[in-house]
Ligand binder design. Structure first.
Ligand code: GTP
Length: 612
C-alpha cells in the first residue's frame, strides 16, 4: 500500500497504528507516529502549534463526543492556550483507546458480583428484566457487548446498601436501556414507563417478530412523545421535531419507510447527544461560577465563624455531583448567608456612622473649648497688665469688674462644655444600646434559620421542614422513612477533662463523620446539646440500624484529636420507623426511648424500636 500523503489520510493511519501497536493514544505518541507516517522531521517545540492546528482541521468528528472535544481543541488554539489544547487533544485521542476484550469468565464473575450488589434503581426484578432483554441477542459478539454494557451500568449506578434487594421502590430511578442502542439521555432520566403500560419485551422476544416490532414502535413513540419533551422542556424545537418523528413512526407502513426513518432518527439521536453534551457543559460552567462566588464571599467575610462554616458546607455541597435535594439545601444555605451578610453590613455601617458622629462632635467641642480657654487667658493677662499699671484704686476696681465678667463667662462656657459632653456620652450610650438590640435581633434571626451554627447540621426548624417534606414524599410513594436519635457517650466527662472548646470540636467532628457517611438524601440535624437526629428516607428499620452500626464503626476508625491526643468518641442511638399519620415528635419520642435503653444497657449501642 502506498504511504499516505494527505494530512487526513496520515491522521487516519496514525489512529490505525495506535490500535495495531497497542500504543497509548497520547498527544506525544500521536505526534511521533504522525511524523513517522508522514516521513517528516519532528523538530517543533513542546507544543507544536502549527502541527496541532493542521491536525485539528483533519481529525474525524464522527461522534458527538469527538466533535465536542475537537471544538474544545479549536477554541484552545484560537485562545493560544497550549495547556487547554494539550488537554483537549489528550481527551480526544483517549476516545480511540483500544479496549481489551474481556474474557467471558471475568464477565460472568462480574455479573454475579453486580447481581448480588444493591444499587439505587436496580431491584432484582428490574435486573432480571434487563437480563432477559440482553439474552435476546442472537450472536455471541452482540451478547457479549450487551452483557458487558449492562454489567457496567450496574457497576456505575450509585450503591444503595440500605435498599433491600427486590424491593421495588417507586421512587427509584429507572435503569437505562440495555438493548444496545446508543443512550442519548442523561443517566438519571426515568426511561422506563410505569409497569402497567410498558410492553413486556420478554414475551415479545419469544413470540412473533411482528409483535416485537409493534412493541419497539410503542417504546419509540413513548420516547419521542413523552421522554424527549420531558427531558428537553427548554428546547421546544427539539420537542417539535420529536413529535414530527412520532407522527412519521405512526405513519410508516413499509420497510422502505422504516429504513428512511431509521436514517433520520439516527441523525436526530446524534443531535440529542450534542444537546445533552452542551447542557452538561452549561451545568458544569454554572457550578464553577458558584464555586468562584463562594470563594469570593469567603474572602469578604472576615471574622464571622458561622458564615465561614456555612460557606465551607456550601462548597462541600457544590463539590458533589448535582442532585435536587443537595441543590435545594445549597440554595437555602446561600439565602441564609446572604441574609446574614446584609445584616452584618448594616450593623457595621450603623456602628461606623455613630462613632464618626461622636468623634466629630468631640473634636469640635475640644476645639471651641480650647479657643475659649485661650481667649480667657489672654484677657486675664491683659487685666493683670492693667492692674500693674493702675495708678489708683478706681482704675483697679474697673479692671476687677472685667476679670469678674471674663471669669463668669469662662464658668458658663465650662458648664456648657460639661453639659455637651454629658449629652454626647448619653448619645454614645444610646447608640450602644441600639447596636445591642440589633445584635439580639440578628441572633434571633439566626435561631430562626435552618442550620445549627456550631456543626452546620440542620437545627430544629430545619429538621421540621425536612421532616414535613420527607414524610409527605414517603406517604406519596408508600416508601419507608426511618429516624434515629444519637447521643454522644460520656460527653460531660470529655468537657470536664479537656474543656468546653474541645467538647465543641468533638461535636463538629461527629457531625463531619456523619455527613461523610450519609447518602445525599439523608439528613443530619442537631437536636440540642450532644444529641443529633438522622432522617433516612426510603429506608426501613433494619436498613437504618445497619447504617447506624456502620456509622459507629466509622467513628471508631476516625479518632478525634483532643489536645493532640487521640480520643475515642462513641454514641448511643435509638432508631425507629415512621408510622404514616404520626407526628415528628411522636417518632422522636420512640427513638428517644430506644436511645435511653441503649444508654442504660452499656452505651455505644444502636437499639431499634419498631412502631407499634
Ligand atoms: N462543649 C459543649 N458541651 C455541651 C454542649 N451542649 C451540651 N453540652 C454538655 O454536654 C454534657 C451532657 O452531659 P450528660 O447529659 O450528663 O451526658 P453524658 O456525660 O454524655 O452522659 P451519657 O449521655 O449518659 O453518656 C453537659 O455537660 C453539657 O454541658 C455544647 O454545645 N458544647
Amino acid at each position: 500500500m502506498p504511504a499516505p500523503t494527505q494530512p487526513s489520510e496520515i491522521a487516519r493511519e496514525v489512529l490505525r497504528l495506535f490500535a495495531a501497536r497497542r500504543i497509548p493514544p497520547t498527544p506525544d505518541n500521536f505526534r511521533t507516529l504522525y511524523h513517522e507516517v508522514a516521513g517528516t522531521p519532528d523538530d517543533e517545540g513542546p507544543f507544536p502549534e502549527k502541527f496541532v492546528k493542521a491536525l485539528a482541521r483533519q481529525i474525524p468528528r464522527d461522534t458527538a463526543e469527538r466533535t465536542r472535544l475537537a471544538r474544545q481543541l479549536d477554541q484552545a488554539l484560537a485562545e493560544g492556550n497550549p495547556e487547554a489544547g494539550n488537554q483537549a487533544l489528550a481527551q480526544y485521542l483517549a476516545s480511540f483507546k483500544v479496549e481489551q476484550p474481556q474474557a467471558w469468565n471475568e464477565l460472568i464473575s462480574n455479573l454475579l458480583r453486580q447481581w448480588e450488589a444493591r444499587q439505587i434503581g436496580w431491584t432484582t426484578a428490574r435486573k432480571r428484566e434487563s437480563l432477559d432483554r440482553v439474552f435476546t441477542a442472537n450472536d455471541p459478539a452482540t451478547l457479549y457487548a450487551r452483557l458487558h454494557g449492562l454489567v457496567r451500568s450496574w457497576a456505575q449506578a450509585p450503591k444503595d446498601p440500605e435498599s433491600a434487594p427486590g424491593r421495588d421502590s417507586p421512587a427509584a430511578i429507572a435503569p437505562p436501556s440495555a438493548l444496545g442502542a446508543t443512550t442519548t439521555t442523561p443517566a438519571t432520566a426515568p426511561l422506563t414507563p410505569p409497569a402497567a403500560t410498558a410492553p413486556d419485551i420478554r414475551h415479545v422476544a419469544a413470540g412473533e417478530a411482528g409483535d416485537l416490532l409493534t412493541s419497539l414502535r410503542e417504546l419509540l413513540l413513548l420516547a419521542l412523545e413523552s421522554v424527549v419533551p420531558a427531558l428537553l422542556a427548554d428546547q421546544p424545537e427539539v420537542s417539535r421535531d420529536a413529535a414530527g418523528f412520532a407522527r412519521a413512526v405512526k405513519a410508516a407502513s413499509s420497510p422502505d419507510d422504516l429504513q428512511t426513518l431509521a436514517i433520520q432518527l439516527r441523525k436526530f439521536a446524534y443531535r440529542l447527544e450534542m444537546t445533552a453534551g452542551d447542557r452538561a457543559e452549561v451545568n458544569a460552567g454554572l457550578l464553577n461560577l458558584l464555586r468562584l462566588l463562594l470563594e469570593n464571599i469567603d474572602q469578604l467575610v472576615i471574622d464571622d465563624l458561622w458564615l465561614h462554616g456555612q460557606i465551607e458546607v456550601l462548597r462541600e455541597i457544590v463539590g458533589k455531583p448535582a442532585n435536587v435535594r443537595l441543590i435545594d439545601d445549597a440554595e437555602r444555605r446561600l439565602k441564609e448567608v446572604i441574609y446574614k451578610q446584609s445584616q452584618l453590613k448594616h450593623n457595621h455601617s450603623e456602628a461606623q456612622r455613630s462613632l464618626k458622629e461622636m468623634l466629630a462632635g468631640f473634636v469640635d467641642h475640644l476645639a471651641s473649648f480650647a479657643e475659649t480657654t485661650s481667649t480667657y487667658h489672654d484677657r486675664i493677662g491683659e487685666c493683670a497688665d492693667k492692674i500693674s499699671a493702675a495708678r489708683d484704686i478706681t482704675e483697679i476696681s474697673g479692671v476687677l469688674g472685667e476679670v469678674m465678667r471674663e471669669s463668669l463667662a469662662m464658668r458658663d462656657e465650662a458648664r456648657r462644655s460639661r453639659d455637651e459632653l454629658q449629652a454626647t456620652r448619653e448619645r454614645a450610650r444610646e447608640a450602644e444600646a441600639r447596636m445591642n438590640e440589633l445584635q439580639q435581633q440578628l441572633d434571633e434571626t439566626s435561631r430562626l434559620m435552618r442550620h445549627d451554627q456550631l456543626t452546620g447540621a440542620l437545627n430544629r426548624r430545619g429538621l421540621e421542614e425536612t421532616f414535613d417534606k420527607e414524610s409527605a414524599r414517603a406517604r406519596r410513594h408508600g416508601s419507608p422513612l426511618s429516624l434515629a436519635l444519637l447521643d454522644l457517650d460520656n460527653f460531660k466527662q470529655l468537657n470536664d477533662r479537656h474543656g468546653h472548646k474541645t467538647g465543641d470540636d468533638a461535636l463538629i467532628h461527629l457531625a463531619t463523620i456523619v455527613r461523610q457517611n450519609l447518602r445525599p438524601q439523608d439528613t443530619l440535624a442537631r437536636h440540642g446539646g450532644e444529641e443529633f437526629i438522622l432522617l433516612y428516607p426510603d429506608t426501613n428499620l433494619e436498613q437504618a440500624q445497619t447504617a447506624l452500626v456502620r456509622l459507629q464503626r466509622e467513628l471508631t476508625r476516625n479518632f478525634f484529636l483532643a489536645d493532640e491526643n487521640r480520643v475515642l468518641i462513641t454514641f448511643s442511638a435509638g432508631v425507629t420507623e415512621w408510622n404514616p399519620q404520626e407526628s415528628m415528635d411522636a417518632v422522636i419520642k420512640r427513638a428517644d426511648d430506644a436511645m435511653y435503653q441503649a444508654k442504660q444497657t452499656g452505651k455505644n449501642k444502636v437499639i431499634a424500636n419498631p412502631a407499634t
